[in-house]
Design a protein around this ligand. Structure first.
Ligand code: FAD
Length: 471
């Protein structure tokens, strides 16, 4: 294949931009000095890559027009939400156009009878949560990036977050979707019913497909009853066997009240404890720390029930120490310890982050094996372990202090090599994007990857939507 000469490439780009401006208006097409640098990268460590232009459409029709024009010019489109993704899915590709949903925001409707809410895809998660709250409902999806991530990005990554143990992942919270396909056709499936078995449930193709199969423009979300009370405890545990025991006991004893079960290993606790503004209410030196949250329907009954359950666990020897929340502020402060990981880029300097999945019982063995392998292959490397252990999801941040670039390949080889050995997954919730693509074969069979490619080819035969990501 002969490469296009620079002059022809620049003419082609000028023609594309002119066509986009004519269709969408100049406020929706940013190029040159007007193009915001923030759209050049997401939260992954891949660094910036400038797109040809940043598109900021305000309607589904404009998204469709943009797709049609870009397809006609053979220029791929990278959908962007809040750019908080951690694996490069929203990072532009050289010669691509970034299509940001940032101006497609707002709540279109709340239907209390069907307990559903119709929202535009660029709406920040926190705005969606607050609107549900104001209407007397709960959107249970919650994650540290809530203020910046967009609900369309959450759907595209099938985000997990803090309350999966009770409510499931984003997939379980979506009733319907409107999607623009690579050829610009619009599929409006704004279903509001919980049950709808009329043929293939197409929304599931797009949820978790990281912008490779379609651009989500609107969503119907399922609303849940707002809990009357939320209580939490931070616990110190004597060993990992107690973590496994406590998880089983919390499922049994708290039943549907159990809304989070987060675990932090000692290195995490020490690091976060040294961060200004974070109050860790339990001393260092324990084998594991656990944040347990329960949501109830009756404060006078459920809060004492949680306390009694916790006391019973202490008596059973599962706890070395614990603090119980006495107010909403306490619950927030406990979550502050867990959410402090969002400051790690500033605190730890350059590092790699991981969100693997493992059988719960094997997790501590994995942590030990990982530390040992890192110490052997990269003397001086650090690794902190924490995560949504109730869902079998372990987060790891690992790096070599001050090293630029980070020895990414070795760190990935260690972490993903052991994931395969332990029968886990390379991504429990963040997705594959670009950074994990080389490792997909570790956890998906050839037949599964071949089927993913067939689906991609069927919906986007010319590779116009986020090409090169995921598969
Ligand atoms: P982006 O980063 O903009 O995009 C992510 C992917 O979705 C890209 O592939 C992009 O092309 C695609 N995309 C975006 N919008 C659309 C759309 N409308 N249509 C089609 N494709 C689209 N994730 C979790 O799952 N659980 C956590 O607990 C969690 N905690 C986090 C904490 C912090 C501090 C940070 C920075 C991130 C965290 N994440 C977590 C990762 C991230 O927040 C989620 O993946 C989030 O869902 C991404 O949303 P976004 O709007 O920022 O998407």
């Amino acid at each position: 294949m002969t490469a296009m000469p620079d002059a022809s490439r620049s003419e082609a780009a000028t023609a594309l931009v002119a066509a986009l401006v004519a269709a969408l208006g100049d406020k929706a097409v940013l190029t040159g000095a007007e193009r915001p640098a923030r759209n050049d990268a997401d939260w992954s460590t891949l660094g910036p890559q400038a797109p040809l232009a940043v598109l900021r459409p305000t309607t589904t029709e404009a998204v469709a027009a943009a797709m049609r024009i870009c397809a006609a010019h053979g220029v791929p489109v990278v959908p962007q939400g809040g750019l908080t993704g951690l694996c490069g899915g929203a990072r532009p590709l050289a010669g691509s156009v970034a299509l940001s949903l940032e101006r497609m925001t707002g709540i279109e409707a709340i239907d209390p009878a069907s307990a559903s809410m119709t929202v535009r895809a660029g709406t920040p998660l926190q705005v969606v949560q607050e609107a549900a709250d104001a209407a007397g409902f709960l959107i249970p999806l919650d994650l540290g990036a809530r203020g910046s991530c967009a609900i369309g990005g959450n759907a595209s990554t099938n985000a997990g977050g803090n309350r999966v143990i009770r409510y499931g992942m984003t997939r379980e919270m979506i009733l319907g979707l409107e999607v623009v396909l690579a050829d610009g056709s619009v599929i409006t499936g704004l279903n509001r019913m919980i049950k709808n078995n009329a043929g293939y449930d197409l929304k599931h193709l797009f949820i978790g497909s990281e912008g490779t199969l379609g651009i989500i423009t609107r969503l119907v979300l399922r609303l849940f009853p707002k809990p009357a009370c939320t209580v939490a405890a931070l616990c110190a545990l004597p060993d990992y066997a107690s973590v496994v025991g406590l998880l089983a006991a919390s499922r049994r004893g708290l039943g549907p009240m159990l809304s989070a079960f987060e675990v932090m290993w000692p290195d995490y606790w020490e690091t976060v404890g040294a961060m200004p503004g974070v109050r860790v209410p339990l001393p260092q030196g324990h084998a594991a720390y656990c944040l347990i949250e329960a949501q109830g329907t009756d404060e006078t009954f459920d809060a004492p029930r949680f306390e009694a359950w916790l006391e019973a666990q202490a008596e059973a020897g599962l706890l070395a120490d614990a603090v119980l929340s006495r107010s909403v502020a306490d619950v927030k402060a406990f979550w502050g310890v867990r959410d402090a990981c969002s400051e790690f880029p500033q605190v730890l300097g350059p590092h790699e982050s991981f969100d693997i999945g493992l059988p719960v019982a094997a997790m501590d063995d994995y942590v030990r094996a990982c530390k040992a392998a890192l110490a052997e292959r990269l003397p001086g490397a650090f690794a902190l372990f924490y995560g949504h252990i109730g869902d079998g999801n372990l987060h790891i941040v690992a790096g070599l202090k001050g090293a630029r670039p980070q020895p990414k390949d070795v760190i990935q080889e260690v972490i993903y090599g052991l994931v395969r050995e332990f029968g886990g997954t390379i991504s429990a919730e963040h997705g594959i994007g670009l950074t994990k693509k080389p490792w997909l074969g570790h956890v998906r069979s050839e037949a599964e990857i071949a089927l993913m490619r067939r689906l991609k080819a069927a919906l986007d035969p010319d590779g116009m939507l986020n090409p090169g990501k995921v598969v």
